[in-house]
Design a protein around this ligand. Structure first.
Ligand SMILES: O=P(O)(O)OC[C@H]1O[C@@H](O)[C@H](O)[C@@H](O)[C@@H]1O
Length: 300
């Protein structure tokens, strides 16, 4: 674990500070003329992002989120890696992989008045090798400006190819889940987890009237959340991410999860940029892959 002293090498006056947050966990506190953000070292987990032009944050964080060692934070942008959902062969291993519950290290930072960049890295270690016996260092570059950019890069430094699943599991803040709609998935097939992974076909825009849990495959286009209550659209532009996971738990599931307030689920929608299901990657020895996403808000 990097000490606060070691981390302070990457601090930048006026733009990037390292602080202790809830649960005694260290996070990067980022601010510049365009935006502010928080990124926890456990999981390289961004928990807040707000452009200064916006009255409200773009990213949702549960008021009941746990901030505990080895527990994923509810909300923000968990990094699902190196598998998405349950492990393909071993149900004992944690859902969505281990990257979101391990400590990452900070390896670079830079800033101008309007844009701050931080890179966090997770190297293979004794603990990760018990779950994933592969030499695949991973890094997450985060650029905080009027937009939020994320680049998740995996390098296969081992001698054999690996099968990799991944997602930036982004929780967006919305005015009311029942009044938003999502565009960008028209014509795509999806696997519906609420119906035993039945394969379905999307026609038109997506609205929300109950629990929704879908992996849209072969869906590289921009997705746009239209939010009349917040008078904005959120655009999600991705590269090298062929799947889009759309998830909202609704009341009963949220209540069963233990880290939602009773009404919290109404104000979130997950649109996850992923390589999952049939878009899972095969990374050959020596190969590097980067999944990139840019999030921006536009007035309605
Ligand atoms: O509770 P977790 O592990 O953070 O997962 C939340 C949700 O994440 C979504 O990506 C999955 O499709 C859902 O099935 C899952 O419930």
């Amino acid at each position: 674990m990097q000490s606060l002293d070691a981390l302070n090498r990457y601090a930048i006056p006026e733009h990037l500070f390292f602080r202790f947050g809830p649960g005694g966990q260290i996070f990067a506190d980022i601010r510049n003329r365009s935006a502010s953000a928080s990124v926890f070292l456990q999981g390289a987990h961004l928990t807040a992002f707000q452009p200064r032009s916006q009255y409200d944050p773009l990213i949702w964080l549960s008021e009941k989120s746990r901030f505990a060692v080895g527990k994923s934070i509810r909300g923000g942008i968990p990094v699902c890696w190196p598998w998405f959902g349950p492990h393909p062969d071993n149900p004992q291993l944690p859902a969505h992989g281990f990257a979101r519950t391990h400590l990452w290290i900070v390896s670079e930072s830079s800033s101008s008045d309007t844009s701050t960049r931080i890179i966090l890295t997770l190297e293979p270690n004794e603990e990760t090798r018990t779950q994933w016996p592969h030499e695949t260092p991973v890094s997450l570059e985060i650029v905080v400006s009027e937009t939020l950019e994320m680049h998740l890069t995996t390098h296969n430094a081992g001698s054999e190819s690996v099968v990799l699943g991944e997602a930036l599991h982004t929780y967006f803040l919305v005015g009311d889940i029942q009044s938003v709609y999502l565009e960008g998935l028209d014509g795509c097939d999806y696997l519906d987890k609420t119906a035993g992974f039945a394969r379905q076909h999307q026609e038109g825009k997506l609205t929300f009237t109950g629990e929704t849990d879908r992996i849209y495959v072969n869906s590289p286009s921009d997705c746009v959340i239209h939010d009349p209550r917040m008078h904005r659209r959120i655009r999600i532009s991705k590269k090298q991410a062929d799947s889009t996971v759309v998830w909202t738990p609704w009341a009963d599931k949220a209540a069963a999860m233990g880290d939602y307030t009773p009404e919290g689920w109404r104000q979130m929608l997950c649109v996850e940029s992923a390589n999952a299901a049939e878009n899972t990657l095969q990374l050959s020895s020596g190969q590097t892959h980067t999944l990139s996403v840019c999030y921006s808000a536009e007035p309605l």
